[in-house]
Design a protein around this ligand. Structure first.
Ligand code: AHM
Ligand code: MG
Length: 328
């Protein structure tokens, strides 16, 4: 079943169905284009490598960060259902000020290419997105308030994983469903219906290079995972890809916990609340998992800035709860 047919059959809010499908359709179109670019990247000129600049967050931009950003912006702009976007690669939100766009119902926040430091080494990367209903008045330009909504208000959250296959995983608040791109037809086909995250597993995921720098509770939890005195009576396996989407997707399917805590180099965590933590937190909860800062539920944080960061403890419910029990 194609994503379109599944959406038509299962999405229960008939008032908004047509418009929000236009947004999802834009995502599938841009994802196919980015997926193609990634597959051919090493064979094309001017696609691999650094762009030679930095984004607003002081991170090196890869050429593919910019290519993916433009592909998604163009798809959202032309779909007619999005009034503006916020992206990791753009300092301010972008308002699409055409007459149609001003009347459109949705804003989208996204990270066009997450884990992009992994592109040059042919390792999985992803796109993460979050769709909200606008709060501003229809017919006027979107404003920052449309983007600074609490995560629990997301209309649809999801990600695209460009891995050994390209997958789109999403939730509109009625479970989590996964679609695999059929490269022969360029259609996303339902492959994972009603995904459930295992309550626990023996897998933990963290950049352990930071272990001596993070707060004691995090190091104590990792020591617990590595000890003989844990719930499995023996060491867990460490798995860290360095692409959040890929690490999260593994947790969704096999169970596990992913931790990116506060560290001196990133005192509020490394990951961005609005287009990394919130969408994945929404998916995690819908799949029976959990997402917190170590102290507080991610989906209840009131955002203050477009690119604000948050520490992230996400994954299997029992594991996130256990990790939080070590944090004072
Ligand atoms: P990015 O959006 O610039 O790629 O940054 C986010 C990425 C995540 O995908 C990944 O989990 C993390 O940063 C890796 O950070 P580190 O290299 O500090 O472990
Ligand atoms: Mg990212």
């Amino acid at each position: 079943m194609t994503i379109h047919d599944f959406f038509e059959a299962e999405y229960s809010d008939s008032v908004n169905q047509q418009n929000i499908w236009a947004v999802l359709n834009a995502i599938t179109k841009a994802a196919v284009s980015v997926s193609d670019d990634l597959k051919k990247a090493a064979l094309l000129e001017n696609v691999l490598g650094s762009q030679g600049g930095q984004n607003v967050q002081g991170e090196d931009q890869q050429k593919l960060d910019v290519i993916a950003d433009l592909a998604f912006i163009e798809a959202f702009k032309s779909c007619g259902a999005v009034t503006g976007i916020g992206s990791e690669e753009n300092e301010a939100f972008v308002s699409f000020d055409t007459e149609t766009s001003k009347k459109a119902d949705y804003v989208v926040l996204f990270d066009p290419l997450d884990g992009s430091s992994n592109i040059d080494v042919n390792v999985s990367v992803g796109t993460i997105f979050s769709i909200y209903k606008r709060l501003s008045i229809s017919g006027e330009s979107t404003d920052l308030g449309d983007f600074l909504q609490v995560g629990s208000k997301q209309s649809i959250a999801g990600y695209v994983l460009y891995g050994t296959s390209t997958m789109l995983v999403l939730s509109w608040g009625e479970g989590v469903h996964g679609f695999t791109l059929d490269p022969d037809t360029n259609l996303f086909i339902l492959s994972h219906r009603n995904m459930k995250m295992p309550l626990s597993s023996r897998l933990y995921s963290m950049n352990e290079g930071n272990i001596k720098e993070c707060e004691p509770g995090v190091a104590e939890y990792i020591a617990y995972c590595q000890s003989q005195e844990n719930d499995f009576n023996g060491p867990y396996s460490g798995r860290y890809i360095g692409s959040l989407v890929a690490d999260f997707h593994r947790s969704l399917i096999k169970g596990g916990i992913y931790i990116y805590p506060n560290v001196p180099a990133a005192p509020k965590g490394r990951l961005r609340l609005l287009y990394e933590c919130n969408p994945l937190a929404f998916i995690a909860e819908q799949a029976g998992g959990m997402a917190t800062t170590g102290r507080k539920r991610i989906l209840e944080i009131e955002p203050e800035a477009l690119h604000e960061r948050a520490p992230l403890f996400i994954g299997s419910k029992n594991m996130v709860e256990k990790a939080m029990s070590f944090i004072s």
